[in-house]
Design a protein around this ligand. Structure first.
Ligand code: GLY
Length: 674
């Protein structure tokens, strides 16, 4: 049966909205990749609009949601008979010596030193006072997820787990289906509630913001909870649960989807938590975990209508997802069922992120042209913004003053994402082999690339052509990809990678942890050593590098590298500098088919036709150096490669016609006169 409403995402927003819609009589299905991966599961469950000092329209949204909580929870608990751990315990914001001035703007009930220590015993001695927010509260977010899941089930929401949405198919400004790992699923209306992963399906500016957390257990010898309210300090919060666990959170890290807890993350939490509430230091650690908040550039959610008529957004709730679930579900359910638009939604409209010349119905992000049927791909492979800007801007230029530019609308695509960093261009270039620095500079500009690889060793040794390289490019605009060219062993490559990181830092790219890993023992064929590459990759990933390994087009090796945590794989098309073109097509195809990380075709591409072909196959990006640097006119060739990468990508998204054995006439034969 065709579902009326299909919700993509089984986190708190998806579940809460499904329930609200079901209660209004809709037929609802939720697709979820993994219910436990959602930020819902990782959160601490604070309902803290006041303690978090949320401002503006967001404050109103948060306060309205906090107000809905008690009734919302009791209805859910009544349906399921499960306790959600909702607790209107209030939140205390202690202030340290020297911090008082900074926090003096906070609104709330001020408690002086004596009062706060009386009110809450066990606080650190250097707490000199604090603010008390009696109406802030908490809920046990994991239990709440259980409650929502059970409520959705008992109300008859169809819950489909282990379903990955791979793409959204659109036609004439509407979603017509979603492509999943279990086939195509259609509905009348769709809701995107995919949190930190939203950008994988549509080019929304939602990025993961990692948070690490841990829990400790209140020792049995303490008859009662030592804390009866949440403590919310500077970059730390301590949330006591009635089941005698205490949650300690959370880091805020801009590291993409880098998994795992780290010693530094946990150390910083423990240090701050012990300062705030010293007796914690002896409690047993129960668990550590991490999750990804869905953050937008202004840290506000994206709610309500989308550029597609039958798609609604409920994503980007950043630090306040648990708090905002009730209000989000009501606003979205009202909007979809009754077309009722609450004016507060204006503040959270997706269009606030569009540049002024993009209209709401037709943007480079969301094509709306008649009979245009396309799929936005779910594996982070979509060069939408690119396609929107580069080729058609050229067109505009050519047509200036003559006739209007053709109203071509490119297929929506999302940017290239490597280790959480976003790039519009899918062409990377290098700096080697140019006849002069000026030629290199012009070519880099003409290529439109945003990533330039630089041989660390050659810069370090000021090799010919590499003198002054550091100053030659605008490193505010170009992301440096240091490479380990010239390294014959894993050990050497690891050492040079570390130097590369320092080099990027010196050029002002403090957060650049990228390394193009090359381990090449043989000087004649310049073929990479698979074993050394894997060993070095493993070590460098452990050291926090985003590793982009250069490899022979070996699908098994590519898989191993992905498994050890590499950020991309970079299979060669043909030997470096040979310009032979795609000699490893079959293997590259297998790598592309199986890879969950971007596949960058590197080395061997000699001409734009070959660049386009690699992109048509579904490569995520290309790295081209010699073919540009050694062309008679290198900057013109750089420009041609830029266009080829875009054309190939567009062709890949467009889907080429099938190859037939025999001719088939272009004009239909039916209706011809015999
Ligand atoms: N709302 C708390 C956090 O995001 O860490």
């Amino acid at each position: 049966m065709k579902s009326e409403i299909l919700i993509i995402g089984g986190g708190i927003m998806g579940l809460a909205t499904a329930i609200a819609l079901k209660m209004r009589g809709c037929n609802v299905t939720i697709l979820s990749r993994d219910f436990q991966a959602a930020a819902t599961y990782a959160a601490a469950g604070m309902l803290a609009p006041e303690a978090e000092q949320v401002q503006g329209a967001m404050r109103e949204l948060c306060l309205r949601s906090r107000c809905l909580y008690p009734e919302w929870i009791s209805k859910l608990e009544e349906i399921t008979g499960i306790n959600s751990g909702y607790w209107a315990c209030g939140i205390l914001v202690p202030v340290y010596q020297g911090q008082g001035e900074q926090k003096s703007h906070l609104s709330g009930n001020w408690l002086d030193k004596q009062t706060i220590h009386q009110y809450q015993s066990g606080l650190g001695q250097d707490v000199i006072g604090g603010y008390w927010y009696p109406e802030d509260a908490q809920v046990d977010n994991r239990r709440l997820a259980e409650v929502l899941f059970a409520a959705a089930q008992s109300l008859g929401v169809e819950l489909k787990e282990n379903v990955t949405v791979e793409g959204i198919q659109q036609r004439q400004g509407q979603v017509i289906a979603v492509q999943t790992n279990h086939g195509v699923i259609c509905a009348e209306h769709y809701i995107l509630a995919t949190g930190a992963w939203s950008n994988e399906l549509l080019p929304l500016p939602v990025r993961p913001r990692k948070g690490q957390m841990l829990s400790v257990i209140v020792p049995e010898y303490l008859p009662e909870l030592p804390l009866n309210r949440v403590l919310f300090g500077e970059e730390i919060y301590i949330v006591p649960r009635r089941d005698k666990k205490i949650i300690i959170g959370a880091t805020v890290e801009d590291v993409g989807f880098t998994p795992n807890n780290t010693p530094i993350g946990i150390e910083s939490l423990l240090q701050k938590a012990i300062r705030l509430f010293p007796e914690l230091k002896d409690y047993a650690i129960a668990q550590m975990w991490w999750g990804y908040r869905p953050a937008t550039p202004d840290e506000l959610p994206i709610l309500g209508e989308s550029p597609l008529k039958n798609l609604t957004f409920a994503t980007g709730h950043h630090r306040n997802g648990i708090l905002l679930a009730p209000i989000t579900s009501v606003l979205i359910a009202d909007l979809i069922t009754g077309g009722k638009f609450d004016p507060i939604l204006e503040n959270f409209h997706y269009s606030r992120f569009q540049s002024p010349n993009q209209s709401s119905t037709s943007t480079p992000m969301f094509t709306n042209s008649a009979n245009f049927n396309h799929v936005t791909n779910g594996n982070g492979n979509n060069p939408i913004e690119n396609l929107g800007k580069q080729p058609f801007n050229q067109n505009e230029h050519i047509n200036k003053g003559k006739q209007p530019a053709p109203t071509l609308e490119p297929i929506p695509d999302s940017p290239l994402v490597i280790a959480g960093k976003t790039f519009k261009s899918r062409l990377m270039t290098g700096t080697g082999k140019y006849r002069s620095i000026e030629e290199m500079q012009q070519s880099v500009i003409a290529s439109g690339c945003e990533i330039v690889t630089v041989a660390v060793r050659r810069v370090q040794t000021n090799a010919p052509g590499h003198e002054g390289l550091a100053q030659a490019l605008d490193w505010d605009k170009i992301w440096m990809l240091p490479n380990t060219a010239g390294c014959k062993t894993a050990e050497e490559a690891i050492r040079v990678a570390r130097l590369g990181r320092e080099m990027a830092k010196l050029l002002g790219q403090e957060d650049n942890n990228f390394i193009k890993l090359e381990v090449i023992p043989d000087a004649k064929y310049l073929l990479p050593d698979p074993i050394g590459t894997l060993q070095a990759a493993e070590q460098l990933v452990k050291e926090g590098f985003a590793v982009l390994p250069y490899i022979n087009a070996d699908p098994m090796l590519a898989k191993h590298l992905e498994d050890v945590g590499c950020a991309t794989v970079m299979p060669l098309a043909a030997p470096i500098g040979s310009g032979q073109g795609l000699k490893t097509t079959a293997n590259i195809q297998i790598i592309i088919e199986n890879s969950k990380i971007p596949v960058v075709v590197d080395a061997g591409i000699g001409a734009p036709s070959q660049a386009a072909e690699a992109m048509e196959m579904g490569a995520d990006a290309l790295l081209i150096n010699s073919a540009i640097a050694l062309a008679v006119n290198s900057s013109a060739m750089a420009y041609a490669m830029n266009l080829a990468a875009i054309a190939g990508r567009m062709a890949y998204l467009a889907g080429r016609m099938p190859i037939k054995d025999y001719a088939i006439a272009s004009s239909p034969l039916t209706g011809t006169v015999n």
